[in-house]
Design a protein. Sequence first.
Length: 128
Amino acid sequence: MMAGDNSSARIGKSIVICGEVKGKEDLIVDGRVEGTVSLAESRLTIGPNADVAADLSARDVLVLGRVQGNVVATGRVELRSGCNLEGDIRALRLAVEDNAIFRGKVDLTQSVAKTPEGGDAQRSGGTT
């Protein structure tokens, strides 16, 4: 599939993928994905028809459909009205619309990125 400058790659609603999805372009998932989805520099959209059982990792994640799995974003996670997310969220920013269903923990740290030493960037001390 060729993606233009302003269009996203798309996994259609009849497509089922089991395994690992990786890429460097924006992706819209409207089908079934089981496993992991990693888009380090890009935006991941979970469409309204999607049924995803995967851990998601991207710059920005927009959820309109159903997700069972953890979400890590170096930027923003958006949970839209009607979505259903079961899993933990780790991100810089989080937006949750009315009527979004979410079960899990939220970690809004200033830096989700790894430190140069290879460990997680965590604030030392303090309470959560």
